[in-house]
Design a binder for this molecule. Sequence first.
Ligand SMILES: [Zn+2]
Length: 483
Amino acid sequence: MRPFQVYDTRTGTVRPFVPRNPPRVGMFVCGLTPYAEAHAGHGRVAVVYDAVARAVRRWGYRLFYVQNVTNVDDKVIDRARELNRDPLELSEHHFRAWLTAVEQLEVRSVNLYPFATDYVPEIVEQVEELVRRGLAYVADGDVYYEVAKFPRYGELSGQRVEALRPGARVQVDPKKRAPEDFVIWKSAKPGEPTWPSPWGPGRPGWHVEDTAITGRLLGPQYDLHGGGTDLKFPHHEAEVALGEGASGRSPLVGYWLHLGMLEMRGEKMAKSVGNVVSLEAAIRIAGPEALRFFYLNAHYRSPLVFDPDRSLAEARQSLTTLGAPYLRLREELGRDGLARPGRELPPDLARAATAMPEQLDGLLANDFATREAIAALFGWSRTLGEWTAKFDTLSGTALATLGAPYRWAAEVLGLFPERSLPRPTADLSSLVRVALDARARARARNDFAEADRLRDALAAAGVVLEDDAGATRWRWRGAEGNP
Ligand SMILES: [Zn+2]
């Protein structure tokens, strides 16, 4: 497992990452409330944590990544009423559209998208536990969390409870003991989806969905929690109070990773602000690869200015520049694959190419500095640019070696996915063994023409054979210095 360090909001420091149960790592990211089309800000969340997950897995950790879906909520219910639709059907519809969009963005790392409504038993159980521990109270079919009973409230976001109290003019829910208390179970109103509970029919409050889901899937304490920085308060503060309150264990989360806001016209992109560009439209404008590049070509903690005419156009231009020599290389390699004959690389250049992935890992291991990694890739693309005119003289192995930094980018950043790139992969090994067995049988019956035919076919596929005293060993050509 490669060591790395990450900025943790709770402690306000960049700290070495130490998982609770290595090599396992549990990661939770606040997902969508799918009451309307997802916007470009949501796309940033999906892409950034996808890159985080890819990197952590590449570094040898067994990451389990959960992103919840808040499919029942005031917003969903209100919107469904406006449209005269069923709320759960409405959220299902928008969630499907979201999946289609993020798949176009090469988001591949989420293990599970749990729906809040599928975890009502866990939610009820957690609310019961909080009532039992005296941290929550029942008022007329509703259940509230009593913030005053949790002294650490405010520690994550650095807020003071007194500062959270609304002004005297604001109407406070008369059922609450204090204005900062928040609802964790809501009694049923006519026409809403409801579930049975010890407090009568009702539905979950927002914050408790997350902690009931993580409690179930990741345990009472887990490693990484992500989400937009706008969720720090009150949502994540509430998660800490709920999770730690229910389990009696602290901390709920080892490392809080908060993502900077996507800004448009000087404000965070949000439906409530009215400055949203739908994710689908952003993909259409930029192209999915350039949009992914745009999100990653910034530090994840920084705000990012979204401007369809400027920043997206610039991202497309930069990505084209970055990718041009590699696309040429792939074309050249695509013709004959790794078996193509030609010159090998000067040793210095081969070493530099082989060392690049490790350097890129090193950059990313410092709080997921994707922008620095992309800058280093630009440096490599300039080197590659100087060799483009000589690509046709190079061997397949030499070309593949030059492409190593881009293969790193495909694996970790999800840029330049290489579906079409001929490259030895582990799942072809079984086919190689089948061919080797056939060749051994041909030789045993003295059918040397057939044995040679199989050997040539394997060589053309990039397999090197070494016959050694009756046994045949094999390896992928270039497999030594060229992962
Ligand atoms: Zn959440």
